[in-house]
Design a binder for this molecule. Structure first.
Ligand code: ATP
Ligand code: ZN
Length: 284
C-alpha cells in the first residue's frame, strides 16, 4: 500500500521538502509528470501542489500526509493532525507598520485598515486583544499596501525582516512562529500507518543527525575521566589507545547548541587534535 504525500510544487518549501525525502534515502523517478511522482525504492507517491491547498487535500484524504508551514495549517484550520516539526521554513506571522509611526501597543490598530493574506489568524489575534479593525484580504505583495495608501498596517510572514525594511516598515507584533510540519489525515489505514512509521523513523534519524556533530580528539590519560564527562555521547565515548604512551583518542557526539562551550572546556582539559565531522544519519 503506497502512502501519498503532498509537497509544495514550487516555492520556499520545495527544496527542503524534496531534500528531506532524499536524505531519508527515498529516490524519486526521473522524467515523470511534474505534479505526480513515485518513489522507486519506498512505497510513496508524491503529489506536488500549491502549499495553501495541502491541508484541504490531506483532510479529504486525496493525500495521506503533507508538508506545509504551520502558518498555512493554522490559517486554513482543517481537520488534520500535525505529527512532526521539520525544522525548516522558519518564519513568523507579524504585524508591521510604517517606520515613522508611533506604535506603542496593539491599541494602535484600533479602527485601522490592515492588509493580509492571513485573515483568519489576524482576526483571531485582534479578537484576543479586543481590537476592532478592518481586514483587507489580499493574496500577495502585502508589504506594498501601506506605501500606496491601501492600508495602515500589514500582517504578513517575516523571516529576516529585509522585505519589511526595504518597504519602510517595522515589525511590531509577532502573531505566530512557524516552521514546516508534517501533517496527517485523521483516518489513514493501518497499512499506510506502517509505511508512515517507517518514514517518520527515517525523518527522525535525519533530523537528529543535523543537530549533532561527530567529534574525535586526543587527550592525555590523566584527563580522560574529566573529558569523558564533557562529551558523554550517546552511551559513553569510545576510547582508543594512541600509538604513544600516556594518550588516548576519544570519539563521541556533541550537540550543536553546546558546541563552542564544549570545545572550550575540552581545550582547557588538555584535548588536542580535535576533529569535527558531520553525521549523516543518527539512530539512537
Ligand atoms: P504557493 O504558490 O505554493 O501558494 P506561496 O507563494 O504561498 O506559494 P512561498 O512564498 O513559497 O509560498 O512560501 C511557502 C511557505 O514558506 C510559507 O507558507 C511559510 O510557511 C514559509 N516561509 C518561510 N519563510 C518565509 C518568508 N520569509 N516569507 C514567506 N514564507 C516563508
Ligand atoms: Zn501559498
Amino acid at each position: 500500500m503506497k502512502l501519498k504525500i503532498a509537497l509544495q510544487k514550487s516555492g520556499r518549501l520545495y527544496d527542503d521538502s524534496t531534500s528531506i525525502l532524499k536524505e531519508c534515502g527515498i529516490e524519486l523517478q526521473n522524467g515523470m509528470n511534474k505534479l505526480l511522482n513515485e518513489a522507486i525504492n519506498f512505497p510513496l507517491q508524491i503529489l506536488f501542489l500549491r502549499d495553501d491547498d495541502i491541508p484541504q487535500y490531506v483532510e479529504d484524504a486525496v493525500a495521506d500526509v503533507g508538508i506545509v508551514g504551520e502558518n498555512v495549517v493554522f490559517e486554513t484550520h482543517k481537520d488534520i493532525e500535525i505529527i512532526d516539526k521539520l525544522g525548516f521554513g522558519k518564519c513568523r506571522l507579524s504585524i508591521a507598520v510604517p517606520r515613522n509611526e508611533n506604535y506603542a501597543n496593539v491599541s494602535f490598530l484600533q479602527n485601522k485598515k490592515i492588509a493580509t493574506s492571513y485573515p483568519y489568524l489576524l482576526q483571531k489575534f485582534l479578537d484576543e486583544n479586543k481590537i476592532t479593525a478592518e481586514i483587507h484580504e489580499i493574496s500577495g505583495s502585502v508589504e506594498i499596501t501601506t506605501g500606496v495608501g491601501l492600508a495602515d498596517a500589514i500582517c504578513d510572514l517575516v523571516s529576516s525582516g529585509s522585505t519589511l525594511f526595504s518597504n519602510g516598515l517595522k515589525e511590531t507584533e509577532v502573531i505566530l512562529n512557524s516552521e514546516a510540519v508534517l501533517i496527517e489525515n485523521k483516518n489513514i489505514s493501518d497499512e499506510k500507518k506502517i509505511v508512515l512509521e517507517k518514514l517518520l523513523f527515517r525523518i527522525e534519524a535525519v533530523k537528529k543527525s543535523k543537530k549533532y556533530k561527530y567529534i574525535l580528539l586526543n587527550v592525555p590519560n590523566e584527563n580522560l575521566e574529566t573529558v569523558c564527562k564533557i562529551i558523554p555521547g550517546m552511551k559513553s565515548p569510545t576510547v582508543l589507545p594512541l600509538g604513544i604512551e600516556g594518550w588516548c583518542s576519544l570519539h563521541s557526539v556533541v550537540h550543536e547548541d553546546d558546541f563552542w562551550n564544549v570545545i572550550e572546556s575540552l581545550k582547557e582539559n588538555g584535548a588536542e587534535g580535535i576533529l569535527i565531522a558531520p553525521i549523516e544519519k543518527m539512530i539512537l
